[in-house]
Design a protein around this ligand. Structure first.
Ligand code: ADP
Ligand code: MG
Length: 318
């Protein structure tokens, strides 16, 4: 818990709010005042900590770094019709030659254009290493959706399949390369920020977060911010066929991976019961996996029994 404990300390030291920033430290984005609310978020990835060149091409590394940052905009309900911009800070070590840097830049560009994002600036510094990429992303939302705001009795909803990325990482590490494994590997190497779903949920969700660290851990963050607890039925967690197939070959339990491994970048939202009919109309692919309740903490069940996955989530520098 070292990073999360430090974030709490820094939030106390820097202050959680400031003039012009009604939402500061503690959510997926800060919200800045202006003619319309502006969302800002920053994320860093470091070679050897967040990615491994053995299983990721330079283009994958660039793509993933930006997609992960954009996912925080999606988590706050950024409106894709308003402009989305990114700034790229690059710490460039000597073992990354010009060809590798060109590939990394192409990955960043492709990810930006796939998400309707413009890269408007950055910073480049030669360092002894390792390679580090810091992405600042900026978007807008008429009504930002925060982690706080869930009410007791709200449905807990996810926007898409879970576990593919965790199984994909295991498959890449094991060198498994059949169709299922390749599909999962792509989910890990080239995630997509769910901007369209986030914008649709902005009109419906009482609270929202993206699943970066793991379903149960990120739901825990949302519950803590909202002052509620939640119960999740993992039998309802959406897991696609490729994930189940590759997990079987790797000897992994796909439900445990879906609950704990993270890196899926689907959105996790709470929706009031009165808004569920509208949710089914506007996001037919969304799945209800549980509900909030009084108290605190997240309890999971499988086949009606309490279940604790071997790993609840990921913390690698958040
Ligand atoms: P996410 O996983 O959504 O990117 P993090 O867990 O990295 O979120 O951060 C949680 C919150 O803490 C965010 O609001 C972020 O801006 C804030 N935060 C993290 N590190 C720092 C720091 N060094 N200084 C100020 N705020 C920080
Ligand atoms: Mg986030």
């Amino acid at each position: 818990m070292r990073e999360f404990a430090w974030i709490e300390k820094l939030a106390g030291l820097f202050g959680r709010q400031a003039a012009g920033a009604p939402v500061g430290i503690g959510d997926d984005c800060a919200v800045l005042d202006g003619a319309a609310p502006t969302l800002v978020s920053i994320d860093t990835v470091v070679e050897g900590v967040h990615f491994d060149r053995g299983i990721m091409s330079p283009a994958d590394i660039g793509w993933r770094a930006l997609a992960v940052a954009l996912s925080d905009l999606a988590a706050c309900g950024a409106d894709p019709r308003r402009s989305i911009q990114a700034l790229v800070s690059l710490q460039w070590p000597p073992d990354w030659n010009d060809d590798a840097m060109a590939e990394l830049a192409a990955g960043l560009r492709d990810c930006a254009s796939a998400h309707g994002c413009a890269i408007v600036g950055g910073d480049t510094v030669s360092t002894p290493g390792p390679l580090a990429l810091t992405l600042t992303v900026i978007g807008g939302a008429a009504r930002p959706v925060l982690r706080r705001g869930a009410r007791v009795g709200d449905a807990v909803v996810v926007t898409g399949p879970l576990g593919a990325s965790g199984v994909g990482l295991a498959a890449l590490r094991a060198g498994l390369a059949d169709d299922d494994a390749r599909a999962c590997g792509a989910a890990y190497r080239r995630p997509r920020a769910q901007l369209a779903d986030g914008a649709r949920l902005a009109a419906l969700a009482s609270a929202m977060i993206d699943i970066s660290d793991g379903l149960l851990q990120d739901l825990g963050h949302l519950c803590e911010a909202s002052g509620v607890g939640a119960d999740v039925d993992l039998d309802l967690a959406p897991i696609d066929e490729a994930t189940r197939g590759a997990a079987a070959k790797l000897g992994l339990d796909p439900v445990a991976v879906a609950a704990g491994a993270g890196d899926d970048y689907q959105l996790l939202a709470t929706v009031a019961p009165r808004d569920l009919a509208e949710l089914r109309r506007t996001l037919p692919h969304a799945t209800v996996i549980g509900a909030t309740r009084p108290g605190a903490g997240v309890a999971a069940t499988r086949a009606g029994r309490p279940y604790e996955p071997p790993q609840r989530g990921y913390e690698h520098g958040t």
